[in-house]
Ligand binder design. Sequence first.
Ligand SMILES: [Zn+2]
Length: 473
Amino acid sequence: MMTVKRIALTLALACGVAGGAQAAATITIANTNAAGEGFNDPTPAAPIGGNAGTTLGQQRLIAFQHAANIWGATLTSSVPIRVAASFEALSCTADSAVLGSAGANDVYSDFPGAIKRGTWYPAALAAKLAGVDQTAPAAPHIVARFNSRLGLFADCMPGSGFYLGLDNKAGSQIDLVTVLLHELGHGLGFQTFTSGQTGEPMNGLPSVWDHYLLDNRSNKTWAEMSNTERAASAISGNGLSWAGAGVTAALPAALSPMSMLMVSGPAAGPAAGNYAVGDASFGPPLGMKPVAGQLAQVLDQGAATGLACTPLDAANQAAVRGNIALVDRGVCGFVDKAKVVQAAGAIGMVVADNEPAEVSGLGGSDPGVLIPAVRVSQVSGAKLKAALAGRPPGSSGVMASLGVNPAQLAGADGASRIRMYTPTEYSPGSTVSHYTTDARHNQLMEPAINGDLSHEVTAPADLTFSLLKDIGW
Ligand SMILES: [Zn+2]
């Protein structure tokens, strides 16, 4: 399943024939919509972004075929892959939606060519490995559904419909080809058939997925765990990683180093060390060349002015000038704080959270912000303030450096394996069968769609096919 932060939906795959000299698999789509609906919707449509269809239904089908061709040119199988697809009314509200959903139609174990014994394989992969269909000749390998009402009704993300062009220029709309590629990925095998909620394997056998899904603390795979252990790991926050060799080998070229705050200097005391930070969506990104200076806390100036929401007084200006300002979250936006400390001459900003929570980023946008900014947790903020207490405000001797850690990739665990999506609150359809949302660059197989995805499914741009290769493709 695929959702989006503001737009949620799932998508499916489409069809046709994968052609071209490099095409190594054929994907055909069975349009299961009734006359006049979904892929057969006769509403006139103007050609857009390389999609020459002249009705809504035609354009949907052409987009599907385009996505199917991308996968067809990537995969290798002597057995044509059949996808049953439809546009239907899926879950939707004014500001969130399920874009689509897809999965294998059935699973097989212990067939000729199966790599692992006693293990479920999705139908399309089983056919590839066996060299012959395991399912009934006309049955689909993959079933995919997409949201037919998206953007078209007031109760279904009005104004944020599917972009039907093939050129990945969706703007503020949802790129249908991207959603199709994602849902096809699930149907091809980017999913477990074991319940993440109860930990119970399907009919007593692990999925091929489970042999590579690793608890990065106990070093046990899902195939090796008890039901209780699996269910606990599924809501562990960041406790599950992908242990497949193909994905891990592709990781250094696919992911960016993680942003970090490094604190040092004789005055830092117990506050010295590296801090996890959340990136800002405004200002310059952190890079290999760190921005470094002394850390200076913006102090209260009276009524609600110590949060850097109003222009700094002379004492605070003197403290932050040429230094990295430490401010508290609250009262005004992060962009506002950045502009206030920037105006006072700060070269960077660290925002200390005002509530206990996992570290997250700083939202907002303003091209006027020219200094880097990050967020640290409330606990980290308290530690930094303790180090600054009693030090001269403008020359604390506590050195701060905003940069990246080349040894730690964004979205990877300590052993440089990509983490999987395991939020502490179980999310049906999303938990475990997606990559972590911490990955940078964003990945196609994260649970929510991101606007900066390409239409590529192979490394280094994307790690979807690397994972499918790990399970046998
Ligand atoms: Zn998904």
